[in-house]
Ligand binder design. Structure first.
Ligand SMILES: O=P(O)(O)OC[C@@H](O)[C@@H](O)c1c[nH]c2ccccc12
Length: 393
């Protein structure tokens, strides 16, 4: 294998990069390499030597090395596709270019300094590792069987619409949130089930349960526990979804809805995940923070629920004016035409804040800090709306 001018790995009919989502699950999973489902095809390597070109079947180390190279190249291309959609969040590089790789120079330069550029990128890279490990313990085939035992999915959007009609105020998604990277610990005596029950009693239409452990001190046990305790509000699994496997996992843990973050997921991933959500009976809340993300998401078929996050997840800056800005003009017309429900997310503390985003056009709000911090979170809801919304008819 010495003196190779180049080494190409040919796949047996993989989908082209441009037509395949980043988290694509192949029909048959042959576990060639842990990270890339792309590599789940049988592989042969074509070696071009100086004398000419010959196709040889390779095995052992050379195939492994060829796979590593291909995986790295595919990762780079996927980030390029994402960047072309304005996505700044890069996915975790496996571990830099494979040893001895003599590939395109610009790729090597781009991949230097393998450290995340901001908190969202750090969380996503961490999630990639976490999901890879979780998946090994619970392969998709196992999750698919477990779906049958999951509690039936509840109508998340229906609950928001009903609440909005009942109260004349935005339907509340109340968040069970112990901590966040921007605010630290929000509540020391944190009993997720107690908080969830207080929210439900206080008039919340739906609940959002943080499941990320490392940065938000949440867990899937919290989600499962709340469902099992008999809380009736539909539940949003508040997670950083980077892989379609997580959708199945969330459903087996009792989630009725999941969050898809447009700053992290390219269009093709969002489309693909929305299809899987529909298959599983999950509602997708697709989150945007700026005009470009909003326009991308508005162009995707089948989206019924969009969250406008007032917090920039790269810098933590909060500005509730973002909701107003994004709903002005043509975009506002499109959401009304398509009957999409908009959720105003983050940084809402007072009845004035609620009135402001309602005026901007939201039919729902997602609130954590301002209500979870109060000793009685149910009372927190009344303070947020300026009245007891559990009683409103
Ligand atoms: O606690 P706040 O400011 O009321 O925000 C709640 C919710 O909007 C926020 O937790 C959130 C919105 N989108 C997210 C994405 C990931 C993590 C957290 C979030």
């Amino acid at each position: 294998m010495e003196g190779l001018a180049s080494l190409k790995v040919l796949f047996q009919a993989p989908p082209s990069i441009s037509s395949r989502p980043r988290t694509w699950i192949p029909p048959t999973q042959v576990n060639v390499h842990k990270k890339s489902s792309f590599l789940s095809f049988s592989v042969r390597a074509q070696v071009e030597s100086n004398e000419g070109s010959a196709t040889v079947a390779t095995s052992g180390e050379s195939v492994t090395e060829a796979l590593k190279i291909k995986e790295w190249e595919v990762g780079m291309l996927q980030d390029e596709v994402a960047a072309s959609q304005g996505i700044r969040i890069r996915r975790r590089p496996p571990s830099g270019p494979p040893l001895h790789y003599v590939g395109p120079f610009q790729f090597r330069l781009q991949n230097e300094g393998n450290t995340p550029q901001n908190i969202l990128e750090e969380i996503v890279w961490n999630k990639d590792v976490e999901v890879t490990q979780l998946k090994e313990r619970r392969p998709l085939s196992v999750l698919k069987k477990a779906l049958a035992d999951a509690p039936p999915a509840r109508d998340f959007i229906g609950a928001l619409r009903t609440a909005n009609q009942r109260t004349g105020l935005p339907g509340l998604i109340a968040e069970v949130k112990k901590a966040s990277p921007s605010r630290g610990i929000l509540r020391e005596d944190f009993d997720p089930v107690e908080i969830a029950q207080a929210y439900e009693k206080g008039g919340a239409a739906c609940l959002s349960v943080l499941t990320d452990e490392k940065y938000f001190k949440g867990s899937f046990e919290n989600l499962e526990g709340i469902r099992k305790a008999g809380v009736k509000c539909p539940l949003l699994c508040k997670e950083f979804i980077v892989d379609a496997w997580q959708l199945y996992y969330a459903r087996t843990k009792g989630a009725d809805a999941v969050l898809l973050i447009a700053a992290v997921l390219p269009d093709l991933d969002i489309k693909y995940m929305i299809k899987i959500c529909k298959l599983l009976g999950l509602t997708a809340l697709v989150e945007v923070h700026d005009e470009r993300e909003f326009d991308r998401v508005l162009a995707i078929e089948g989206i019924e629920l969009i969250g406008i996050n007032n917090r920039n997840l790269e810098t933590f800056e909060v500005d509730i004016g973002i909701t107003k800005k994004l709903l002005e003009g043509q975009r506002g017309n499109i959401i009304r035409e398509k009957d999409i429900i908009i959720v105003g997310e983050s940084g809402l503390f007072t009845p004035e804040d609620i009135a402001y985003v309602q005026e901007a056009g939201v039919k729902a709000v997602l609130v954590g800090e301002s209500i979870v911090k109060q000793s009685d979170p149910g009372k927190g809801i009344s303070n947020l709306f300026g009245k007891d919304i559990s009683e409103l008819k």
